[in-house]
Design a protein around this ligand. Structure first.
Ligand SMILES: NC(=O)c1ccc[n+]([C@@H]2O[C@H](COP(=O)([O-])OP(=O)(O)OC[C@H]3O[C@@H](n4cnc5c(N)ncnc54)[C@H](O)[C@@H]3O)[C@@H](O)[C@H]2O)c1
Length: 253
């Protein structure tokens, strides 16, 4: 087991890719804190983990609210005695659709930044004191291939995912001296519920993206789990500040 007895906080772990991280981390022996705005979803995932003999708690958390993120960290420590891993997976993605930049409202823009950008910062701020006291920690941010591709028609989302990469690089420099690694996963277009139901996607969009990948099949949430486990484990102790494209070879450098 690669994460035996590690305590992992996974934000947005109630469905989709976050759920896959939560289940995958639990299989590797981690005790999982599912910090999620939709509490019922988090509870369902925690119950799945417990049914398999693992340990998990569900915590209702809006990552854009400092009070919530502090409580998330407090409960993780109270229940499991520490925090070793944070996966900043929560984001506004479901339902955003595709539309020109000038049609995005100020409210949509502000909420996107509050959750996708400020949220990652808030959660990091909440867990870092504990990681510092332990002398180690792994923080995994989540970007998106849309940033590297410069995908049009989702400007607020793509901008927020660029910020996840910026935060990864600058925080890796600030936190390395405390034994804390900060890395980032950049998924390709992944067949979560949110992608499958995305409004405004042109016909043939998935097929077109798959044709541009080296590996010719649609990406699934479980395709991301191995990389996340690696970045959360001691096997990646000498890697920090990096963004890994986990996308079947869609973005190549
Ligand atoms: N699916 C894809 O194609 C794809 C591609 C690249 C990156 N990503 C990223 O991967 C992550 C997961 O994507 P997904 O497809 O599972 O999307 P999703 O929208 O289904 O999952 C997001 C999760 O975050 C939760 N959430 C939303 N706002 C929150 C808040 N304020 N506080 C706490 N939780 C909140 C949601 O309830 C949900 O459980 C996101 O960061 C997304 O941007 C997804």
């Amino acid at each position: 087991m690669k994460l035996k007895d590690k305590v992992a906080v996974i934000t947005g772990g109630g469905r989709g890719i976050g759920r896959a991280y939560a289940l995958g981390f639990a299989k590797e022996g981690a005790k999982v804190v599912i910090a999620e705005i939709v509490l019922e979803n988090a509870q369902a995932v925690a119950a799945e983990i417990e049914d398999e003999g693992g340990a998990a708690i569900a915590v209702k958390t809006d990552v854009s609210k400092e009070k919530d993120t502090r409580e998330m960290a407090r409960l993780a420590i109270e229940k499991f005695g520490g925090i070793d891993i944070l996966v900043n997976n929560a984001a506004i993605y479901y339902g955003i659709g595709m539309k020109p930049f000038h049609v995005i409202s100020e409210e949509e823009w502000d909420r996107m930044m509050a959750v996708n950008v400020k949220g990652g910062w808030m959660c990091t701020k909440a867990v870092v004191p504990q990681m510092q006291s332990q002398g180690s920690g792994k923080i995994i941010n989540v970007a998106s291939g849309t940033f590297f591709a410069g995908l049009p028609m989702m400007l607020h989302y793509v901008t927020s995912k660029g910020a996840a990469i910026a935060m990864t690089r600058a925080l890796a420099r600030e936190l390395g001296a405390f034994g804390i690694n900060v890395n980032c996963i950049s998924p390709g277009f992944t067949m979560s519920e949110a992608s499958k139901d995305m409004p405004g996607i042109p016909p043939g969009f998935t097929e077109q993206l798959v044709s541009m990948q080296c590996i010719k099949r649609p990406e699934q949430p479980n395709d991301l789990v191995g990389t996340a486990v690696f970045l959360a484990s001691d096997k990646s102790d000498w890697i920090t500040g990096q963004t890994l494209e986990v996308d079947g070879g869609f973005i190549l450098w």
